[in-house]
Design a binder for this molecule. Structure first.
Ligand code: NDP
Length: 323
């Protein structure tokens, strides 16, 4: 049986701050956007607790509530939000095609990709059990809740170093757990970490367990050279061992860096394929904030609007280049 194809003007994949913001702008530009929410509607913010650094929420807001607000706003503007996950794409020709749940193709003049990234975890049961109760993958989001407390952070890359330094300004002590006897982070970041008095580095050490019933109370680590275990009392456990951009299905179509982040042209959300725009954490490994994701979502909708408008009203190429 031949599969049906539905054609839309502007298709958005992903429902974090980037995807919803793109939907708000695209709907207001009358592009009648259709947005597929993916396997985790609302994205990474739905697994955080209080968000205090998103401008406009003077009293802070719970992450899941904020995403409900984003969703409501996109719906109110007329975006068509749907359950469903993109499972493959065909960007070989215009219109561009995206397969949803392996059962339905959607074709579109412009596609905005906002599939985000997922934090990597060690895979401990206690990470799941205490998530939101002192277990976090985002120091900038949650560090403030542990003011003057002792916390630990796992990882030794630039993110871990940056987040350890961030936490050191808020918390009384930061225990940094590094699995090898050296750090992957750039030399300058390593030096900063090692020169910060309230950061203690545990070399060749791995977290065995996070301890605590209702909330995080300690971590048990093991030195992988001596096999010696140590229990460190902490109020929070931060993991910073990297993120994985959700870009698997775009491999072979879109230019990506070694880690799988989509490469966009500087100052825009344009990818190497005309009509395909990438925003949010899918293309940002540096800032990764809700507000920056929303900002690039806005950019993607504006880029898509210009692209579609140029398709509909072609002008000589020396006058205007397609975004
Ligand atoms: P990285 O992949 O660079 O580092 C991940 C770190 O986590 C490594 O130290 C790794 O250890 C450790 N790790 C991985 N798995 C485990 C595990 N199971 N147990 C314990 N430790 C583990 O990720 P980052 O997020 O730090 O950085 C990603 C990229 O973004 C990098 O290119 C980085 O330079 C860049 N970046 C740049 C910034 C800036 O310019 N301001 C800020 C932040 C990131 P090991 O070394 O042993 O493999």
């Amino acid at each position: 049986m031949e599969e049906k194809i539905e054609h839309v003007q502007c298709l958005i994949i992903g429902s974090g701050p980037a995807g919803y913001t793109a939907a708000i702008y695209a709907a207001r530009a009358n592009l009648k956007p259709v947005l597929y929410q993916g396997f985790q509607p609302g994205g990474q913010l739905t697994i955080t607790t209080e968000v205090e650094n998103y401008p406009g929420y003077a009293d802070g807001v719970q992450g899941p509530d904020m995403m409900v607000d984003f969703e409501k706003q996109a719906t109110r503007m007329g975006a068509d939000l749907r359950y469903g996950t993109a499972t493959s794409v065909d960007f070989s020709e215009c219109p561009l095609k995206v397969h949803i749940d392996e059962e339905k193709w959607i074709s579109a003049e412009a596609v905005i990709l906002a599939t985000g990234a997922s934090a990597k975890w060690l895979g401990l049961d206690s990470e799941v059990r205490l998530n939101g109760h002192g277990v976090s993958a985002c120091a900038v989001c949650d560090g403030f809740f542990f003011k003057e407390k002792e916390v630990c952070i796992v990882g030794a890359g630039d993110t871990a170093a940056e987040e350890a330094l961030y936490l050191s300004k808020i918390c009384s002590k930061v225990h940094m757990i590094v699995r090898r006897d050296e750090m992957r982070a750039s030399k300058i970041m390593q030096q900063r970490v090692l020169n910060t008095k309230n950061i203690q580095v545990y070399w060749s050490s791995e977290v065995e367990e996070i301890l605590g019933e209702e909330k995080t109370e300690a971590v048990r680590i093991i030195n992988n050279k001596s096999n010696e275990t140590t229990t460190i009392p902490v109020s929070a456990y931060f993991v910073a061992i990297g993120h994985q951009p959700n870009s698997e299905i775009f491999k072979g179509w879109l230019d990506m860096d070694d880690a799988g982040y989509i490469i966009t042209q500087p100052g825009s959300t344009r990818t190497n394929i005309g009509g395909v725009f990438a925003c949010g954490d899918l293309q940002d490994k540096i800032y990764r904030q809700a507000v920056t994701a929303a900002g690039t979502g806005c950019m993607a909708a504006l880029d898509a609007e210009r692209y579609i408008s140029a398709l509909e009203h072609p002008v000589p190429s020396d006058h205007f280049s397609l975004p």
